[in-house]
Design a protein around this ligand. Structure first.
Ligand code: COA
Ligand code: AMP
Length: 620
C-alpha cells in the first residue's frame, strides 16, 4: 500500500515526474512537452476540458451511466441525465453559443440558479474554448455589473428566476439593472424561462434559451492550449474590487482528476455530491468538473440543508441516489444540528451508501466534527482550500492513506503543496508556532496562474509579501506531527456561512450613506454561520440620528449593493474608531475583540478608550 509520506515526498522532490504521471489521467490532443516550465503547467500540451469531462466517457462505454442528477426540493422536481444525454445537450448549447459568435478566448458570463442548464452552459463554454465566468445568484445587480465590466462577455447566460425557500428571486430584472449600470454591452443575453416565473425578454438583445438551443447545430470540441484559460471566478479580496481568479485548462484537468481518486477516494461510476452552489469554487470544482472528469455521477441540488422541507433533506438525497461521498460546508451541518440535535431525521433514511463526509469552506469546529462523526459513523474529513487554489491544499487523503484525525485540523498538506508557516520576517516558524500559512513555489497544477487582466495585482496580493512563496491569507500552525491547524484569515476577508466576503467592499457601501463619516466592518463569531459582518460606524459631525434608523438604512443599502449573501444586519453607531497615532484603523485588534481572542493594546494607540467603546458595542 502507498503511504501518505512517500507520495507527498515524491510530489515535492520530483514534481516533474509526479505530475507527468498524473497527466496520464486525461486525454491530450497533443501531449505536453513537459509538466512544468518554471511558470506554466503542461506547456505545449493541447486538450479540451469538456471532451475529458463528457465525450470520452461516452466513447469509453459510460454513455448510459448517469452523469448528472438534478434534485430540486424547491420546485418539487428531479431529473437524471446520462453521459450521452449530457453530451447532446452540451454540444447543442455550444452550437448555440457558436452561432452567437462565441469562439475560443471569448468570455461568457453565467448568472444562473442551481439548474442543470448552468452546468451545461459551463461545459459548453469549455467545449468551444470560451472562458466562462459564473456569478453567484445571491449577489446584487451592482456586483454583477462590476463583473460584467471586468470580464467583458460576448454573451450573458441567465434565467428568469431562482427559487429560495422563502421567496422567488427574479434574476432577469437584476440582470437588466446590471446591464444598465455596466458600460460593457454583451451582444446577447440568453434567458432560460422557468415556469415558476417567466420573464419579459428585451427585443433584439435577449433570446429564449430553449428555442435557441433547440435550433442549434451541435458543436464539437475545440482543442486549446493547456495554458489557455478555462474560466474566471471572481472572489473577494481586501478591497471592493473583486479578484478575477483565472483557471487554466491543462493543470486544472490534471489536478482535479488526480484529486478525485487520491484526496476523495472516489472511483468512476460512484455518486459524488458536493452540496454547494455553482457560483462558488466548490461548485466549479466538485459539482461540475472533477466528478465528471473522473466519470462519476454528480448531484446538483437546488435546496438547503434545512427548511426544504426539513433537516432530513440531505439524508433523503443520499439515500435516494446512493451518494457515496458528500461534500459540504460545516455551516450546513450546524444548521441541521440546530434543528435536529438528536439526528432523528437521519435515522429515517438508509445511509449505508455513504462512505465519507468532506467538509470545507470555513473552519470545522470540533463540536460539529464530533456531532457529524457520531451521527453518521463514517470518516468526517476536514479539508482546507480556497478559490485561488481550486482544489484542496490540506486534507486527509483517503485515496492514498487514511491518517488518524486531530479534530480542528484539516490533517496534512496534500501532495503537491509545499506548505510553510512563516513569521513576520519570513523565517519558518518552529512546530506549534503560529504564523502566516504560505506555499513554497511552484504551486501545483490547478492553482491560479494569474488574476484576469491584472498580473500586477496577482504578484502584489500573493507573491510579494514572502518572495518565493504564495500567501494564502490564512494564519495557522503545523504541529510536531505535521498536522496543519488553520486559525482564520489574517486579512480583511471574512467567511459568512462558507461564503467569502470582503469587509472593504462592505465599508465602501457604508461610506456612501450621506450620514456616515467613516466605518469599519469586522466579522463577529456566529454560532450558525461562523462569522457575521458587523459595521461600526461614525456619523458625520452634527448628525443626530436614531441609531436604529441608521442600522435599517445601512442594512438595506448593503443588500441592494452587494446582495443578500452578505447577511449584513448589524450596524452600530460609535463615537470613534480605534486608531494609531498616525491615523491607521486598528483592524487587527478589533478582529481579536470580535473573535474573543486575547489581544494586546498597541502602544501606538491614539485613544485607548475607543477600544472599550468597541468592546461594549460588540457585546450589545
Ligand atoms: N440566489 C439568490 N439569493 C440567494 C442565493 C442565490 N443563489 N443563495 C442565497 N441567497 C440569499 C438567501 O435567500 C438569503 O437571503 P435572505 O437574507 O433574504 O434570507 C441570503 O442570501 C443568505 O443566504 P445563506 O447564506 O444561504 O443563508 P440562509 O440563512 O438562507 O441559510 C444555511 C443558512 C446555513 C442553511 C446556508 O448558508 C447553507 O446551506 N450553507 C451551506 C454552505 C454552502 O453552500 N457554502 C458554499 C461553499 S462550500
Ligand atoms: P473561498 O475562497 O471562498 O473558498 O474561501 C477560502 C477561505 O475559507 C480560506 O482562505 C479559509 O480562510 C477558509 N477555509 C476554507 N476551508 C477551510 C477549512 N477547512 N478550515 C479553515 N478555514 C477554511
Amino acid at each position: 500500500m502507498r503511504s501518505y509520506e512517500s507520495v507527498y515526498r515524491q510530489s515535492i522532490e520530483a514534481p516533474e515526474e509526479f505530475w507527468r504521471e498524473a497527466a496520464r489521467g486525461v486525454d491530450w490532443d497533443v501531449e505536453p512537452e513537459r509538466a512544468h516550465d518554471g511558470g506554466r503547467w503542461f506547456p505545449g500540451g493541447r486538450l479540451n476540458t469538456c471532451h475529458n469531462a463528457v465525450d470520452r466517457h461516452v466513447a469509453a462505454g459510460r454513455g448510459d451511466q448517469d452523469a448528472l442528477i438534478y434534485d430540486s426540493p424547491v420546485t418539487g422536481s428531479a431529473r437524471r441525465y446520462t453521459y450521452r444525454e449530457l453530451l447532446d445537450l452540451v454540444s447543442r448549447t455550444a452550437g448555440m453559443l457558436r452561432g452567437l459568435g462565441v469562439g475560443a478566448g471569448d468570455t461568457v458570463v453565467i448568472y444562473m440558479p442551481m439548474v442543470p442548464e448552468a452546468v451545461v452552459a459551463m461545459l459548453a463554454c469549455a467545449r468551444l474554448g470560451a472562458v466562462h465566468s459564473v456569478v453567484f445568484g445571491g449577489f446584487a445587480a451592482s456586483e454583477l455589473a462590476v463583473r460584467i465590466d471586468h470580464a467583458r462577455p460576448k454573451v450573458v447566460l441567465s434565467a428568469s428566476c431562482g427559487i429560495e425557500p422563502s421567496r422567488l428571486v427574479e434574476y432577469k430584472p437584476l440582470l437588466d439593472a446590471a446591464l444598465e449600470r455596466a458600460s460593457h454591452r454583451p451582444a446577447h443575453c440568453v434567458i432560460l424561462q422557468r415556469e415558476q416565473h417567466p420573464a419579459d425578454l428585451t427585443e433584439g438583445r435577449d433570446l429564449d434559451w430553449e428555442s435557441a438551443v433547440r435550433d442549434a447545430e451541435p458543436a464539437g470540441c475545440v482543442s486549446v492550449a493547456a495554458t489557455d484559460p478555462l474560466y474566471i471566478l471572481y472572489t473577494s479580496g481586501t478591497t471592493g474590487a473583486p479578484k478575477g481568479v483565472v483557471r487554466d485548462n491543462g493543470g486544472h484537468a490534471v489536478a482535479l482528476h488526480w484529486s478525485m481518486a487520491n484526496v476523495y477516494g472516489a472511483a468512476p461510476g460512484e455518486v459524488y455530491w458536493a452540496a454547494s452552489d455553482v457560483g462558488w469554487v466548490v461548485g466549479h470544482s466538485y459539482i461540475v468538473y472533477a466528478p465528471l472528469l473522473a466519470g462519476c455521477t454528480t448531484v446538483l441540488y437546488e435546496g438547503k440543508p434545512v427548511g426544504t422541507p426539513d433537516p432530513g433533506a440531505f439524508w433523503r438525497v443520499v439515500s435516494t441516489y446512493g451518494v457515496r461521498t458528500l461534500f459540504t460546508a460545516p455551516t450546513a451541518f450546524r444548521a441541521i444540528k440546530k434543528e435536529d440535535p438528536s439526528g432523528s431525521f437521519a435515522k429515517k433514511w438508509d445511509l449505508s451508501s455513504l462512505r465519507y463526509l468532506f467538509l470545507a469552506g470555513e473552519r470545522l469546529d470540533p463540536d460539529t466534527y464530533h456531532w457529524a462523526s457520531a451521527l453518521l459513523g463514517i470518516p468526517v474529513i476536514d479539508h482546507w482550500w480556497q478559490t485561488e487554489t481550486g482544489w484542496p491544499m490540506a486534507a486527509n487523503c483517503v485515496g492514498i492513506e487514511e491518517l488518524p484525525v486531530k479534530p480542528g485540523s484539516p490533517t496534512k498538506p496534500v501532495p503537491g503543496w509545499d506548505m510553510r508557516i512563516l513569521d513576520d520576517d519570513g523565517n519558518e516558524c518552529p512546530p506549534g508556532v503560529e504564523g502566516a500559512v504560505t506555499v513554497r513555489l511552484p504551486l501545483p497544477p490547478g492553482c491560479l496562474p494569474t488574476l484576469y487582466r491584472d498580473d500586477d495585482r496577482f504578484t502584489e496580493a500573493y507573491l510579494s509579501r514572502y518572495p518565493g512563496h504564495y500567501l494564502t491569507g490564512d494564519g495557522g500552525r503545523i504541529d510536531e506531527d505535521g498536522y496543519l491547524f488553520v486559525m482564520g484569515r489574517i486579512d480583511d476577508v471574512i467567511n459568512v456561512a462558507g461564503h467569502r466576503l470582503s469587509t472593504g467592499a462592505i465599508e465602501e457601501v457604508l461610506a456612501d450613506h450621506p450620514d456616515v463619516a467613516e466605518s469599519a466592518v469586522i466579522g463577529v463569531t456566529d454560532e450558525l454561520k461562523g462569522q457575521l459582518p458587523v459595521g461600526l460606524v461614525v456619523l458625520k459631525a452634527g448628525v443626530e440620528r436614531d441609531p436604529a434608523d441608521v442600522e435599517r438604512e445601512l442594512t438595506a443599502l448593503v443588500r441592494e449593493r452587494i446582495g443578500p449573501v452578505a447577511a449584513f444586519r448589524r450596524a452600530v453607531v460609535v463615537s470613534r474608531l480605534p486608531k494609531t497615532r498616525s491615523g491607521k484603523i486598528l483592524r487587527g485588534t478589533m478582529r481579536d475583540i470580535a473573535a474573543g481572542t486575547p489581544y494586546r493594546v498597541p502602544s501606538t494607540i491614539e485613544d485607548p478608550a475607543a477600544l472599550t467603546e468597541i468592546t461594549d458595542a460588540l457585546k450589545g
